[in-house]
Design a binder for this molecule. Structure first.
Ligand code: ADP
Ligand code: ADP
Ligand code: MG
Length: 455
């Protein structure tokens, strides 16, 4: 094993997840955290702690120089970026390797190619992967955008090439809309992602979001099947499952093969996800983007395949080759993940940071909780609202939904509001039970009903 000491440049549940995986491999851990996170669970678990800056992300988790300096000071030989922050920043990845350290992720040039969404579509096109119809690369200016839009047709999405987390995307219905929104998206992209390149894409209504988990070692690429992630709010996933109920074996095979072909075309190394939209009526699927990092919802794939994705990220980064063979990877049952966020679903998902005064999770063999919460923990207001991922596995889909509802009723969290009532309501919801939904379903349903504290 080449990695001896790993610096984790992230926070929250994913920092906890990575520290646990490192310790299992006998790798010692350094947590690089902000001043707001020195009392976090990850800070208590890591072998060493180094504060890299103030609470503001641009002063800490987005400050590449401070992170590199922390690695140097602590003698870490590798950096895991987690998700978000600098995870898909090619300049950071290359600065890490230039300093003689291991970046736990794909090589910088692969991140540059696939992390930029407009660029990734061109790579996908060359690999023969079907795309959502859209502009040929980025649009230079408004007149170019209008010209491309008349070819693509309305409604369409204006998308930031550097966008992520559901941000940097706007729906427009007409040329007037486009003219009005174009400069706004550009300015927002510049402010949020420090890059204002944008592209256009046809809006696919009533589609499912289905994504394929892949693992590569630079020579071989395998897939760990797919995840269904259509239950979203503001284009952010809320409830995910694996495998996707809408796929026939033939469609599953085609989708997974396409993701492997794309990853193979760039000699992909590390864990990655290829995201698609699926038109369930026609069975057509279209590539939307690739995430060159660990994803929030990776546990559902781990549950159904029995493969530890973070463990493999670390081993591959340390120089090991994949010893897994595709034919040995099979789907075992079903798994669902519910994202428990510090938001009040009764009050339009208003943010709800604060102190956890009471906390009790149920314990069960078929339940996996990925969380950084502990009684007395103060959820800071500065970062992503994810508190926990509640992951349940069963043999069949109907069982897993019932089991999840019963386990969720046993959770006790006090002090802040969470999205648990939303999940209770969703688990009882007809379209969820039938597995018949698309990326717009959750928001449409939210407009027709009110989540109550008791649901
Ligand atoms: P996943 O695809 O793993 O579900 P999300 O899109 O929900 O991931 O993003 C996970 C976290 O990373 C969120 O906190 C999100 O805001 C952040 N994130 C994702 N992409 C970017 C990006 N391009 N720039 C900044 N933050 C991002
Ligand atoms: P991000 O980088 O923020 O994850 P994605 O391109 O993956 O952005 O899109 C996020 C979500 O937005 C998708 O899961 C889907 O719900 C919606 N979306 C993206 N592109 C399209 C499209 N062309 N048509 C319809 N919905 C889309
Ligand atoms: Mg996405």
């Amino acid at each position: 094993m080449m990695i001896k000491k790993l610096l984790i440049a992230n926070r929250g549940e994913i920092a906890v997840r990575i520290i646990q995986a490192a310790h299992k491999l006998g790798i010692s851990s350094v947590l690089a955290c902000s001043e707001a996170d020195t009392e976090s669970m990850a800070a208590h678990m890591a072998n060493e702690l180094i504060v890299i800056g103030s609470a503001r992300a641009d002063q800490s988790y987005l400050n590449g120089d401070a992170i590199l300096h922390a690695a140097q000071q602590t003698g870490a030989d590798a950096i895991h970026p987690g998700y978000g922050f600098l995870a898909e920043n090619p300049e950071f990845a290359s600065a890490v390797t230039e300093q003689g350290l291991i970046f736990v992720g794909p090589p910088a040039d692969v991140i540059a190619m696939m992390g930029d969404k407009a660029c990734a579509k061109n790579v996908a096109l060359r690999a023969g992967v079907p795309l959502v119809p859209g502009s040929a690369g980025e649009v230079e200016n408004l007149s170019h955008a209008l010209q491309e839009a008349s070819r693509i047709g309305y409604p369409l999405l204006i998308k930031a090439s550097a966008g992520g987390g559901g941000r940097g995307i706007r729906l427009v219905h007409s040329a007037d809309d486009l003219a009005r929104e174009f400069p706004i998206v550009k300015a927002e992209a510049k402010a949020a992602f420090a890059y204002d390149g944008i592209y256009l894409e046809r809006f696919i209504n009533n589609a499912r979001h289905i994504e394929v988990q892949i693992l590569g070692d630079g020579e071989q690429v395998i897939h760990l099947f797919e995840r269904e992630c259509s239950l979203q709010r503001r284009r952010q996933k809320i409830f995910e499952e694996a495998p996707a109920p809408a796929l026939t074996p033939a469609l599953r095979q085609a989708l997974c093969q396409s993701a492997v072909a794309l990853a193979q075309s760039v000699n992909y190394r590390s864990a990655g996800t290829v995201e698609y939209l699926l038109d369930s009526r026609s069975g057509e699927f279209f590539f939307i983007e690739m995430n060159t990092r660990i994803q929030v919802e990776h546990p559902v794939s781990e549950m159904i395949t029995g493969i530890d994705i973070v463990d493999w990220m670390l081993r591959i980064a340390g120089g090991e080759s994949l010893s897994l063979r595709q034919q040995d990877i099979t789907i075992n049952g079903v798994a669902i993940e519910m994202r428990i966020n510090a938001e009040d679903p009764v009050r339009n998902f208003f943010p709800s940071p604060g102190t956890i005064t009471q906390l009790q999770w149920p314990k069960a063999e078929d339940l996996r909780i990925e969380s950084h919460l502990y009684p007395g923990y103060q959820v800071p207001p500065y970062y992503d609202s994810l508190l926990a991922k509640f992951v349940v596995q069963a043999t069949h889909r109907q069982q897993v939904l019932q089991r999840a509802a019963s386990l969720l009723r046993q959770v006790q969290i006090a002090g802040i509001k969470t999205t648990i009532p939303l999940h209770q309501a969703l688990l009882a919801c007809d379209f969820v039970i039938r597995g018949d939904f698309h990326t717009g379903s959750l928001e449409q349903w939210l407009q027709t009903m009110t989540v109550t504290e008791e649901s």
